[in-house]
Design a protein around this ligand. Structure first.
Ligand SMILES: Cc1ncc(COP(=O)(O)O)c(C=O)c1O
Length: 396
């Protein structure tokens, strides 16, 4: 055994006690509305085969070599151009390509966080990211979310209170301002500006996670935080996991070039260049843009099916109505504990992720997340009917 030789902090990282209980419930026979996987027919197998063939044809002598060919090199520029279309001031040197945005966040944490540093996040938030903060030994504080995303005035109050008490202020605030995971909410532009003012006033980094920004189905686009940032305080991370495929696991950091240089160094040789080349060619050939409208239409139909099913089967609950992304956040009636209800829901035929899973403080919650991205639409409807049966049985 070599476990006693682990580096400091690593043992904590493998401590998954919080996952006992509801996480051991087998969902094998249930309709699975737990995870934000893209639906199978959305994955562009043929487009990626064609892009891979084109890469071999154009640069076969170097396509699999350490340094790769031009397609791999061009990906930073391809991403920078798409970021500029979203209003973000970005050149290729402001982009670091990573193995997905979770990896991007890990690298950003390594650039900024020392043990004991304070990180603010939304509560609830995307759980995989909490592990990244904990691995760095950071102290995570959750801030509330309402129907318009992060409650920025609550952030302001918490900052002022900490300052008054002489307590540590955050070094970094992680937010998912657009189609938040898990609540589906979007932060309005005015709150975005106020958040950036607070970042300047209290001197912290804003880490903007934008995995779903391209998947808007209704409403007006809101500028990314990075587009509103004139002070270089926003570090933005995004990904092709939801819009091309999780299997290419290609994401990126957009930031000031000094930050990007540190991220690139920590990236230790970088992301595999063959995947970069294939993704770069796929996007450059127009396959990506051409597929996006179809994806948006399909996801919008799934979302509508879920919202209609909630209306029809579970009117005693409340839920978010997201304009994009993959998730609806449902709050059960009568303060039912969504983790305690899960085994009964699975017996009725549906699996979801309970709110406690997304809580930095692991708090009990009457809310739960339903993903509409993966299950077939008829199953989404049946899954909500099963949730309604379990809810009624528990409240009778
Ligand atoms: C907000 C958010 N960021 C990142 C990810 C994961 O992205 P990646 O697959 O690029 O790590 C997800 C979902 O899986 C997510 O919801």
């Amino acid at each position: 055994m070599v476990t006693h030789l682990f580096a400091d902090g690593i043992e904590d990282a493998s401590d998954d006690e919080d996952e006992e209980g509801w996480a051991s419930v087998s969902a094998a026979d249930a309709i699975d509305l737990r995870y934000g996987f893209p639906f199978p027919e959305s994955l562009p197998n043929e487009g990626l085969v064609a892009a891979a063939e084109a890469v071999f044809e154009a640069e076969g002598d170097v396509a699999l070599q350490y340094l790769g060919g031009e397609y791999a090199d061009r990906l930073d520029g391809v991403i920078a151009a798409r970021e500029r279309e979203r209003g973000v001031a970005c050149e290729a040197e402001n982009v670091a390509v990573t193995s997905g945005s979770t990896h991007a966040i890990d690298l950003v944490c390594r650039v900024f966080l020392d043990p004991g540093d304070v990180v603010f996040t939304e509560a609830p938030t995307f759980m995989a990211v909490l592990d990244r903060f904990e691995d760095r030994g950071a102290a995570v504080a959750g801030l509330p979310v309402d129907e318009n995303g992060l409650d920025v005035e609550a952030v302001a109050d918490e900052l002022a209170a900490r300052e008054a008490r002489g307590e540590p202020l955050p070094k970094l605030l992680y937010t998912i301002p657009t189609f938040h995971n898990p609540t589906g909410t979007t932060l309005p532009a005015a709150r975005r500006r106020r958040l950036l003012d607070l970042a300047a006033q209290y001197d912290f980094v804003v880490l903007e996670g934008d995995a779903y920004g391209d998947l808007r189905y209704d409403g007006e686009r809101v500028p990314p935080l990075a587009a509103l940032d004139e002070a270089g305080r926003v570090v933005r991370v995004s990904t092709f996991s939801k819009t091309i495929a999780p299997g290419v696991r290609t994401g990126w950091v957009v930031a000031d070039d000094a930050v990007v240089a540190r991220v690139d160094r920590l990236n230790a040789g970088g992301v595999n260049r063959f995947t970069k080349a294939v993704v770069s060619r796929y996007v450059a050939d127009g396959g990506f843009e051409a597929a996006l409208d179809g994806l948006r239409a399909s996801y919008a139909r799934r979302r509508d099916r879920l919202l209609d099913a909630l209306d029809g089967h579970l009117p005693e609950a409340t839920w978010s109505e997201p304009d994009g992304g993959f998730f609806v956040w449902v709050t059960l009636p009568e303060d039912l504990d969504s983790a305690a209800l899960l085994p009964d829901a699975v017996d009725e035929g549906v699996a979801y992720l309970p709110g406690a899973h997304f809580s930095p403080a692991k708090e009990e919650s009457s809310s739960l997340r339903l993903a509409f991205s993966h299950a077939p639409p008829d199953d989404i409807e049946r899954g909500v009917a099963a949730l309604a049966r379990a809810t009624r049985a528990a409240t009778e």
